[in-house]
Design a binder for this molecule. Sequence first.
Ligand code: IMP
Ligand code: MG
Length: 382
Amino acid sequence: MNSAIVGLQWGDEGKGKVVQKFSRSHEWIVRFSGGPNAGHTVYHNGKKVVHHLVPTGTDKNKLFIGRGTLVNFDILNDEIAKLSEIYPDIKERLFISEWCRVITPVERWQDAEIEKLKGAKSVGTTGMGIGPTISNDANRIALHVFDLFDERIFREKAKLLKKFCGYQKDFEDDLLKSFNKVRERVEDPKISGDILFEGTQGIMLDPMYGTYPYVTSTPTIPSYLSYGSGIKAGYEVFGVFKAYVTRVGAGPFPTELNDDTGDAIRKSGGEFGSTTGRPRRCGWIDLPQLKYAIEISNTDHLVMTKADVLNGFDKIGVCVGYDRPFCVHDLEDVNAEIEYIKGWKNLESSEFGDFVSLIEKYIQKRIDYISFGPSEEEIKVR
Ligand code: IMP
Ligand code: MG
């Protein structure tokens, strides 16, 4: 059976670890969206690795970076080098679609410029050039991987891109050099066997279903999966959510805790951006938001992560409603209604059971898996 792993909040739900666990029962791991803005932190044989572009497989998987993914070749090469220390054959198992759009220094510069222009209203992007690559693509001036095989075509297209965007510096030689290190891995492979589609970011960061304009620019919802991979396939959706909520960057966050409790969650959960190192904003679990994300993503199975982070807290908040009905483009000044329950010492306590029941009752869905630590073994089926 094919599976899709998606985030049900604002990213950083722990998808990477879930992908790693499920990779054992799938042959292919496929990326269909996002780019180097993603940061999936996983432990391979006890060694911590942050995946930005290479799908989070283990020692046998074939890995495909599908066309919906935006590629930065410098970041990709660094990652391959790091992963090669753990999996010496990783490069031979990796395939990159020739249709991937290529992020150049032009787009990273544009990303910074737009953020500056927006000032107080800036999105707080990862600075990876995601939005501008998508807008240049819509303007039909972005570069694709297939452009890089013909140096003349590449230089011509790069020239147009620079001229239109008002970017002066040369980057062509460096980009070609970086591309050449992986050019033999460019191939849209024939895929057979079970596929695991690795989602990036979270439903609330989807450009069309999330908290626009405080979103990323490639779709995060699983219905984009076939479009972004070129693979026609049925699949079951595994929706991953944390026992609390975090968000990096700006935008509405109804249950945010700007106090000692928020700081305590950040500290206990190690909530710092894996791509940018920024401290993540933290808050209580938001059930109206979660219910919305489950519906939009058509989630079949739920995975709750990081409940252990809340071990030892005196009381735990759960948002059970707002002062108005949930509306994804109207979350800026809602008042969240928080119900407090008694905290738990560990995940065997009855208080944790009460927390799970409260969530399940509200969302009208069972939580199938509970993850209680960073390693792939620390996840149990309920
Ligand atoms: P961009 O994707 O770099 O354009 O950033 C747009 C928004 O999405 C910002 O709020 C980022 O912090 C957020 N974002 C992008 N990628 C991730 C991710 O992998 N995890 C969490 N937030 C992300
Ligand atoms: Mg992340």
